[in-house]
Write a protein that binds this ligand. Structure first.
Ligand code: AMP
Ligand code: MG
Length: 649
């Protein structure tokens, strides 16, 4: 067993999961087990070498330029002839009977008192030591010119080898070949280069539940996201990814696949099956694949603790955690540096920016934590809002602009802290319009329309109350809300505060969803259906989260009753429909268009007002005006009606 001061003893009956290493310790041990590694090389033509790293220094085989060369159109002269030349006293030179173009070899020497016409790029003739530009001369008749400027020796001449001298190293090993490098290599006549061969990386997903995109999703199935993610990230980092598919958690089959993959590749990357869960087998196989085997299993990263790093017979074998977000972070933080070093590529450089945290960000002590952030333009610069923290949601990546890294020894970052943000894109891209609040399928129609006008929109679904709070903090332009105030019997308006105004949106029907044919609901009106549901102890409901407008509606329906399923509180209309379709619940409350799309029975409850709380300060912004114009446009009103919504009156 490996011991280090930074290792923390863990559950001892788990053979290979004895210690959690710090991120730094795990990386150091992994590198020590793997390097030195001799980078495999190949010879390629220049065009084929694009994007690859040079494996050796390249020296110029010839001088560039190979001869003394004119840099301008003009006349090759002897500078000494023109020492006294000026506008008042032009000097007359006799023209030699040749013109030196590019590619022509001069035949005549420039003797004192003579000049030879020469084009840009022409080789300097014998005797000449400078060029006078054509602009400072004029024809003087009788085969002569007049020159009105003195020139210094060497003027407008590039001497042989001044660009690259024969034997000079023009590109160093490790340079990545782009258009500029190809230019340098071509200019010094190099047809082929020795480059580091792309790493052959086998990518393999594991899990009984995995289904490839395009295949039908069975019950409890999950689409394999890691296979495509890891393959693409390998390619992005200069490797050659070979995706071998998803394998069930079957030790024998997986071992065969892993052995074959390792035999024909430089690197093997798996995902899933590394936690201590039942059926997680991939890490057990590694011990049999070659020495030294597992280097680290359990790294103090968040997300990404179950990461497993191994070296088998000199080749790295990596098992990424199963959750796609964890897989991505651990891949970029722990695997990319290794892959690039193995491939002779320079370390990856991601664009960085700096932003202020609006809220305290708590963090687990002892683990290096990655937190995705969305950037919003605040009054005094960029603000970084933590998004999708701990949710494991893959869409968090789409919402986020980058991430912050919290050191293992920090238990939080304070509100107001200025923090470095690593960007997912080459530049900061702050969205033109920020919409935070309740989600509605109708909203996608409006957002889609302005997105097609070139306006970038960030839309975060956090529920009506969350959106309203964000609007009050000026974190968004608009907060979609549908909040009913039982006291006044009025939607939305009673919830506004100073600086926030209401923009009417549309009306939508909320109703009870059930599976068609369920006699407790079929053919009944809402009060009867609720009564039947509550009368049957077997009847399971699905609720909504606190803060959702729909939740307020449900609580009104139920009064003091807490039927089975009440504590199942998903955050979206779609989750309610999915629970009923999948028979995890028998009824719930959702909006008409979602019920229709899910093929469920629907008993209308109420027509609610889905409106927008607009931050008045931000009303005049171009993107806000575009949103309002799109919302009110007749074609949008028609589109909303077709989608099952009705007009706000
Ligand atoms: P595991 O590490 O195998 O226990 O997986 C942890 C979680 O990640 C489970 O919810 C898996 O369904 C999920 N998961 C594992 N592999 C993948 C994959 N390739 N794509 C998407 N989700 C995955
Ligand atoms: Mg699994």
């Amino acid at each position: 067993m490996m011991k280090s001061p930074s290792s923390i003893p863990q559950n001892t009956d788990q053979k290979q999961f004895l210690t959690i290493l710090s991120r730094e310790e795990a990386l150091a041990r992994f590198e020590a087990a793997l390097f030195p590694w001799s980078v495999p090389t190949e010879k390629w033509s220049l065009a084929e070498a694009l994007g690859l790293a040079l494996a050796e220094d390249v020296a110029a085989q010839v001088d560039i330029p190979p001869f003394d060369r004119s840099n301008v159109d003009g006349f090759a002269v002897r500078a000494a002839d023109l020492v006294a030349a000026s506008d008042l006293q032009p000097v007359r030179l006799m023209l030699n009977r040749e013109t030196i173009a590019c590619g022509s070899v001069p035949q005549l020497a420039v003797l004192p008192g003579t000049a030879t016409a020469i084009a840009t790029g022409g080789p300097l003739p014998r005797g000449a030591d400078a060029i006078v530009m054509v602009e400072y001369t004029q024809p003087a008749g009788g085969g002569a010119i007049e020159v009105r400027r003195a020139v210094s020796p060497g003027q407008f001449v590039s001497t042989a080898g001044s660009d690259m001298a024969r034997g000079e190293v023009v590109l160093r090993a490790g340079s990545v070949i782009g258009a500029r490098e190809i230019g340098i290599l071509a200019a010094c006549g190099t047809p082929q280069v020795t480059v580091a061969r792309k790493l052959r990386v086998a990518v393999l997903s594991t899990g009984d539940e995995l289904v490839q995109p395009g295949e039908p999703l069975q019950p409890a199935g999950i689409y394999d996201a890691n296979g495509p993610i890891v393959s693409a990230a390998v390619t992005e980092n200069g490797g050659e990814a070979h995706f071998l598919g998803a394998f069930p958690d079957d030790e024998a089959r997986l071992e065969t696949a892993m052995r074959e993959a390792l035999a024909s590749h430089d690197v093997l990357i798996l995902s899933g099956g590394t936690s201590k869960g039942a059926g997680d087998v991939s890490y057990r196989i590694i011990g049999r694949l070659g020495k030294p085997g597992i280097i680290a299993h359990g790294v103090a990263l968040k997300p990404g603790k179950p990461l497993c790093l191994a070296v088998c017979g000199g080749k790295p074998v990596i098992i990424l955690p199963g959750f796609p977000t964890s897989a991505m972070f651990t891949f970029h933080d722990m695997v990319v540096p290794i892959l690039r070093r193995m491939a002779g590529l320079p370390p990856r450089v991601d664009a960085q920016t700096s932003a202020q945290l609006p809220f305290r960000v708590p963090s687990e002590l002892g683990r290096t934590e990655f937190v995705m952030v969305s950037l919003v333009q605040g009054r005094d610069g960029l603000m970084a809002y933590a998004t999708g923290k701990g949710s494991g949601a893959i869409t968090a990546f789409a919402q986020a602009d980058g991430f912050i890294r919290i050191d293992a020894f920090a238990d939080h970052l304070p509100a107001g802290a200025q923090v470095p943000v690593t960007l997912f894109t080459p530049q900061v891209r702050v969205p033109d319009l920020v919409v935070i609040g309740s989600h509605c399928t109708g909203l996608d129609l409006v957002v889609g329309k302005i997105a097609r006008q070139g306006i970038s929109v960030r839309s975060l679904a956090v529920g009506s109350l969350g959106g309203l709070a964000a609007a009050k903090r000026c974190e968004c332009d608009l907060a979609p809300i549908h909040l009913f105030d039982p006291q006044t019997q009025v939607y939305n308006t009673p919830f506004l505060s100073e600086g926030i105004e209401l923009v009417p949106g549309w009306r939508r029907i909320q109703g009870i969803v059930f599976r068609r044919g369920d006699a407790r609901f079929e053919g009944r009106n809402a009060p009867e259906a609720v009564e039947a549901a509550l009368a049957d102890p077997e009847c399971m409901m699905v609720n909504r989260n606190q803060g959702a407008g729909t939740r307020i509606l449900i609580d009104q329906l139920l009064g003091q009753t807490r039927p089975d399923g009440y504590w199942n509180q998903p955050r979206s209309h779609n989750a309610v429909a999915a629970a009923v379709v999948q028979k995890r619940a028998d009824w719930g409350v959702t909006i008409g268009p979602v019920a229709r799309a899910a093929g469920l029975g629907f008993i209308p409850l109420t027509q609610e007002h889905f409106d927008f709380a607009l931050v008045t300060d931000r009303k005049e912004r171009v993107a806000v005006q575009a949103f309002l114009a799109a919302l009110l446009s007749p074609d949008m009103q028609d589109a909303l009606e077709r989608a099952g919504f009705s007009r706000a009156r």
